[in-house]
Ligand binder design. Structure first.
Ligand code: SER
Length: 336
């Protein structure tokens, strides 16, 4: 019998694919992956995959009938740019499905009298800095500052952080029945860069899009100004952080929502980094005022000291130089 039975939703997304790979290396872990899409061939055999739509009524019910999950990594979401094109659908996918899965976790924990860990990727999109001057002058932003998102994606991530905390700490607080045991933990991710996959529909995508385009010999125009800076991290660190947070004993955690970061880069820095590996890359800047306005509300730097103190978070790809070496080597290999 495996020690852990893990559900990963949004499993075919960028984080999902990397997480399946990492968890499958742990051994003793049974993985149930779920996505609208079939599992990419390279991951075949690493999980029991369900191709299903979580908005369909019977999907969660059948998941529940067949399984007792120890961990739920709920990654399914519509990213910030796509969410602005259909905010109500984004609400349903990003918020309603989360609450449905929290309900499922609560019922499972109650029926089996055990604690279900619920891992949730939140985002720097929960922040909303009031203007560019503030963005460029404030010290690294802490978890409880400037949480005034301007996007549906940011609103839904912030709501899910709150409601996940509610399910862990106050759910059924007036009821007289066996308590539920949902252990909700969230990480606010910066922009994530993978050497092997390209994001779609996000507003931090200008960085990864630029370097992946160059690696394929394609020209690229950034949709934000060259001075625009936000925090980033590499995919292997992002996945490791989720597993680290899941594995941390609950008594070490002083909060449920944690910032993490590796380094901050401007779009201009990305161009320099890309050109260091692909000197002939054609990279321009054609800011899209609307997407630009979104990134202008996200912090340049975030403070991740609680994650460092409570669960020993520290990026392996912690500087631009280390990231550059890793990325250029792996992206080139990926496309060759
Ligand atoms: N990468 C996300 C997006 O751009 C932000 O966390 O939507």
């Amino acid at each position: 019998m495996p020690d852990k039975k893990v559900l990963i939703t949004g499993a075919c997304g960028e984080i999902g694919q990397a997480l399946i790979q990492s968890l499958s290396e742990e051994g003793n872990t049974e993985i149930i992956s779920l996505d609208l899409k079939p599992l990419p061939e390279k991951l075949a055999g690493l999980s029991h995959h369900l191709q299903a739509d979580l908005l369909k009524e019977d999907v969660i019910a059948s998941l529940e009938k067949m399984n007792r999950f120890s961990h739920i990594y709920h990654l399914a979401a519509i990213l910030s740019t796509t969410a602005e094109q259909n905010p109500f659908l984004a609400h349903k996918i990003n918020s309603c499905i989360t609450i449905d899965l929290l309900e499922m976790a609560a019922r499972m924990s109650q029926a089996g009298n055990y604690s279900v860990k619920f891992l949730f990727p939140s985002s720097i999109a929960v922040y909303g800095l009031p203007d560019l001057k503030t963005k460029q002058s404030v010290p690294p932003v802490k978890e409880n500052q400037f949480t005034d998102p301007t996007t549906m994606y940011g609103c839904s991530k912030l709501y899910c952080e709150k409601v996940g905390t509610y399910y862990s700490e106050n759910f059924q607080q007036l009821a007289d029945q066996i308590p539920t045991r949902v252990d909700f933990r969230a990480i606010r991710f910066p922009g994530i860069i993978s050497a092997f996959t390209v994001p779609s529909g996000g507003t931090s995508d200008f960085g990864p899009e630029m370097i992946h385009a160059a690696a394929q010999g394609l020209p690229y125009d950034s949709f934000v100004r060259s001075d625009v800076t936000i925090p980033f991290m590499m995919m292997p660190d992002a996945v490791r952080s989720l597993i680290m947070l899941a594995d941390t004993p609950v008594e070490n955690l002083h909060q449920r929502i944690y910032n993490i970061t590796s380094f901050s880069l401007s779009a201009g820095d990305f161009k320099e980094m890309t050109r260091s590996g692909y000197p002939d890359a054609e990279i321009g800047f054609q800011p899209d005022p609307k997407r630009q306005a979104i990134v202008d509300t996200w912090p340049e730097e975030i403070d991740d000291s609680p994650a460092r103190t409570d669960w020993g978070w520290k990026p392996i790809y912690g500087t631009r130089e280390v990231c550059q070496d890793y990325l250029l080597a792996n992206i080139s290999r990926h496309y060759s």
